[in-house]
Design a protein around this ligand. Structure first.
Ligand code: SAH
Length: 226
């Protein structure tokens, strides 16, 4: 006789929402996301809402997943580690490059005062705006633009987060960071392992710290076709 309370992959077939959330948070902690403010934000913002379609049921696993326009929603533990590295303060104004699904921006919205997020795909920006509205996240503003140039009209920023990889930190983004501000971004060739780095703007110059190897989609010039 088979036991149908256990599925083929050994996972309980009848996991409750609470158990699923516990497993999600446990995975984050075991991969180094230890800041309780970040964990609380990730407990509150349901990743399932940002993963549409085919892959929705895998939203609580610690893996990147495909979204529209051939892009990906990042792995939750990487979202957590990047957010943690930003050391957000409640009054911060934050710029995110690479809105994608909007998940990372939604996490940021819980920890800072004002979030600007930019994507080169109009369709992703529209879908993310719908989700922000649905969730009542009123402190996020999303724009369609080439994020390599930042947002000169809203600059300077306390924090900048880039979720697509460039070979080097884009000059306009470095220029739009406040003194004392922090930027976290992946750098390196798009088809190889990249490094996640943390850049702090000092009174004169910048300090660079390498955090860990990562793999992101490339930062691409110009606007997308959809
Ligand atoms: N932060 C997202 C995941 C981003 S995937 C999330 O939480 O779901 C990287 C995103 O960067 C893609 O959506 C891609 O369209 C965008 N992107 C790539 N190059 C860009 C550029 N130059 N300007 C703005 N967005 C860019």
């Amino acid at each position: 006789m088979s036991d149908d309370s256990i599925s083929a992959d050994g996972m309980p077939a009848t996991e409750t929402v609470a158990e699923r959330l516990m497993r999600f948070l446990f995975a984050l902690r075991s991969r180094g996301v230890t800041d309780t403010r970040v964990l609380t934000a990730m407990e509150k913002i349901d990743r399932g809402i940002f993963v549409r379609g085919l892959f929705a049921e895998r939203a609580y696993e610690d893996m990147p997943l495909p979204i529209s326009c051939g892009q990906t929603i990042s792995q939750p533990s990487i979202v957590g580690l990047m957010t943690q590295a930003l050391n957000l303060q409640p009054r911060d104004t934050v710029l995110e490059i690479g809105t994608g699904s909007g998940y990372q921006a939604a996490i940021l919205s819980q920890l800072a005062r004002r979030i600007y997020t930019v994507d080169r795909h109009r369709r992703l920006v529209r879908e993310a705006q719908d989700t922000f509205r649905e969730l009542g996240l009123v402190n996020i503003t999303a724009f369609t633009a080439d994020g390599s140039y930042g947002l000169p009209d809203q600059a300077p920023f306390d924090r900048i987060l880039v979720t697509a990889a460039a070979e080097d930190p884009p000059g306009p983004l470095l220029a739009q960071l406040k003194v004392g501000g922090i930027m976290v971004l992946p750098v390196g060739q798009s088809d190889a392992v990249q490094s996640l780095i943390k850049v702090t703007r000092l009174d004169s110059g910048y300090e660079y710290e390498e955090l860990r190897p990562v793999r992101f989609v490339p930062l691409v010039e110009g606007l997308g076709v959809e």
